[in-house]
Design a protein around this ligand. Structure first.
Ligand SMILES: Cc1cc2nc3c(=O)[nH]c(=O)nc-3n(C[C@H](O)[C@H](O)[C@H](O)COP(=O)(O)O)c2cc1C
Length: 414
């Protein structure tokens, strides 16, 4: 059996699956049930002040029969008193010594407020702290959350204040609502962070009621922008994790978050350099029980690949990422249609003709379209729109000899 245990900047857990800070980690009772089902760690729902919230709080995007493909929330931090949270954190840690109990914190941007909350929180015996510099709504207007996480100097300063007194490892949670997440990641590292986690939610408005004209969620006829998460944000999160992991100026561990619902999602984050992964929306949607499939799937995958531990998997995809300018311009693929499985829907023809490069043609006598392989630019669009799995595949064909990149062309090398 492969070893699933992790050590993220000094925080140990029996497996890489942690609850992300959010409604599923809002009480001791919930976190205990999650640990009983197999979760390796939990980042407690952000503890701090003020303790207020609105009804309603959530809205979502459904897509093609998939409920909550993207989830939006205007919820603030924990609506439970700090003392109550701290008491339950102490109790959970006592009962579950092996699981990682990390506490998410957000308080006023003063040194004293941070020193106080860090000391009170660490008195519970928790394993680490996560600084919430990412909340995009409500708190940012008060100079907290994303208001800190969007400015490298503030991120560095508050992290440094926390590190002045913290005895446990400190994770800085990053907002994706920034132009280049690497600057904030570097600022967290400069402030002394032991790890970063990303992503928090993306600014969003999920939709509008066309009869009342009120955007969702509706709070007494008014609305506000919220934070977007769930399966829709996974590609954005993967890109941000990889850009931090590939940054030569960045060296601390990463906890990956954003749209993770299956062991496959988790593997993708780990392949791009994540040491642990965190899950919120999928647990809100399907419950704690999804951990069983996640653990079983990850174990099976590692065994199948012959890996003894997660360390052997971490970052394996990073060498396959490069700047666009380094890609091989001589690599050529063209589309092939399998006449046996083609249903003659002609979606590929329409997509290619109207939306791409006009190299798929209709033949009067046959239902299967014809690909002009000389003209085909290998863009993949026909394979992407084809409703029949593996009916259109992309096949490599001989291109010009050798490799040629844009960067090589510009510098006069071949
Ligand atoms: C309803 C809701 C409440 C959240 N509350 C917090 C919070 O208190 N602190 C925090 O750091 N992140 C919070 N998040 C963000 C999640 O921890 C996570 O970063 C984000 O949802 C992306 O992960 P996911 O796609 O698995 O949901 C919240 C997310 C949701 C949906």
């Amino acid at each position: 059996m492969a070893d699933l245990s992790c050590n993220l900047g000094g925080i140990r857990s029996p497996n890489p699956f942690w609850l992300a800070s959010g409604p599923p980690s809002n009480s001791g009772e919930q976190v205990a049930r999650a640990f009983d089902q197999g979760w390796g760690g939990a980042v407690w729902k952000t503890v701090g002040e003020p303790i207020i919230n609105t009804t309603s709080r959530y809205s979502s995007i459904d897509w093609n029969g998939q409920r909550m493909m993207g989830l939006n929330n205007i919820e603030l931090i924990s609506d439970r008193p700090i003392e109550e949270n701290l008491r339950e954190i102490r109790e959970v840690k006592r009962r579950y010594p092996d699981q990682a109990v990390v506490v998410s914190l957000m308080v006023d941007s003063t040194r004293k407020a941070w020193h106080d909350i860090v000391k009170r929180t660490e008195d519970t015996g928790c394993d680490g702290l996560e600084l919430n510099f990412g909340c995009p709504h409500g708190m940012s207007e008060r100079g907290m959350g994303a208001a800190v996480g969007q400015v490298p100097e503030y991120t560095c300063q508050i992290t440094a204040w926390v590190k002045e007194v913290a005895r446990t490892p400190v994770i800085v949670k990053l907002t994706p609502n920034t132009s280049d997440v690497r600057y904030i990641a570097r600022a967290a590292q400069k402030g002394g962070a032991d790890a970063i986690s990303l992503i928090n939610t993306l600014n969003s408005i999920t939709g509008i009621d066309l009869d009342t004209f009120v955007p969702r969620p509706n709070v007494g006829g008014m609305s506000t922008h919220g934070g977007y998460c769930g399966p829709a944000v996974k590609p954005i999160a993967l890109n941000m994790v990889s850009s931090a992991a590939l940054d030569p100026e960045f060296h601390i561990p990463i906890s990956g978050i954003g749209g993770i619902a299956t062991w496959r999602d988790a593997v993708e984050f780990i392949l791009l350099g994540a040491g642990t992964v965190q899950v919120c929306t999928a647990v809100m949607h399907y419950g704690f029980r999804i951990i069983r499939d996640m653990l079983e799937g990850l174990e099976f995958y590692l065994e199948e690949k012959g890996f003894q531990s997660l360390n052997e998997l971490r970052g394996r995809s990073l060498p396959h990422l490069t700047d666009w300018g380094n890609l091989d311009l001589n690599y050529r693929i063209v589309a092939k249609i399998d006449p046996e499985t083609c249903i003659g829907c002609q979606l590929c023809y329409v997509a290619c003709w109207d939306g791409a490069h006009q190299c798929i043609h209709l033949r009067e006598d046959r239902r299967v379209p014809l690909i002009d392989e000389v003209e085909c630019v290998g863009c993949n669009l026909c394979a992407l729109v084809c409703p029949v799995e593996d009916c259109i595949t992309m096949a490599q064909v001989p291109g010009p000899a050798g490799k040629m990149s844009w960067n090589a062309l510009r510098s006069g090398r071949s």
